[in-house]
Write a new protein. Structure first.
Length: 235
């Protein structure tokens, strides 16, 4: 079984389109054992009500995990991971910048290696602006400088790995540093990080929670760098 963890924070404008996409995915890949966990990470808008009105929830095709208070992006994913049942775990955002169909395409292509615990898979975003690519490249350079590890497009979705990888995870961060932590753990333990090119779409509704605007990207970068410096002593 593969578990798709989809954190959601104030995504009321994307819920219907996301769920319609998930409905198509489940029907197209009916031969696969797929668990979908929507993590409502303390949304203050109408997200949860819309989720509970959808047929996928009413028919118990998706699982809803509700976190009353949002204390961080990483905390939401971590609780979703602890809640899910799949041997293969994958997470991506609810904003539809990543197509959920790509997650299953990746899973089918690398299923054997995933079950043999040989790899962690991450996306490599295509069709991004120079502005976005510059910040991504800068983070990769900092990672190389601090840890001697070349990891590209750190925050790209999805992340996919075998559940046994969690045995290596101790006290993960609860904020947007969650992605780099997982990748560094994989690199430290000589687990191959495989990049898979994915189309990256503009957010067509709602507000970016991480690094949407220039100001938010600077804030996210500084926060992640602070965590990386603190993490240096463990690597």
């Amino acid at each position: 079984m593969i578990s798709l963890i989809i954190p959601c924070f104030n995504e009321e404008k994307n819920i219907e389109k996301l769920f319609n996409k998930l409905d198509l995915l489940i029907n197209e890949y009916s031969d696969e054992d797929i668990e979908i966990v929507i993590v409502n990470n303390g949304s203050t808008d109408n997200s949860e009500a819309l989720i509970k009105q959808h047929s996928l929830y009413l028919k118990e095709i998706i699982n809803l995990l509700t976190i009353e208070k949002n204390i961080g992006y990483g905390d939401g994913i971590n609780k979703g991971i602890n809640h899910c049942k799949g041997e293969i775990i994958c997470w991506f955002h609810a904003d539809l910048q990543f197509d959920p169909f790509d997650a299953i395409k990746i899973y089918k292509k690398y299923k054997l290696d995933l079950y043999k615990q040989k790899i962690m898979i991450k996306g490599k975003r295509l069709n991004r602006s120079f502005f976005d690519s510059f910040f991504t490249y800068s983070m990769s350079l900092f990672t190389l400088f601090l840890f001697g590890k070349k990891i590209n497009d750190i925050n790209a979705q999805p992340k996919m790995f075998n559940r046994n990888f969690l045995k290596l995870v101790e006290n993960p961060p609860i904020d947007f540093s969650y992605d780099i932590y997982f990748l560094l753990i994989a690199s430290k333990n000589n687990i191959k990080i495989k990049e898979y090119p994915v189309e990256w779409y503009d957010r067509n509704a709602g507000i970016a929670k991480g690094g949407g605007s220039f100001k938010l990207k600077i804030k996210l970068t500084l926060r992640t760098l602070k965590f990386m410096f603190n993490l240096k002593k463990f690597f």
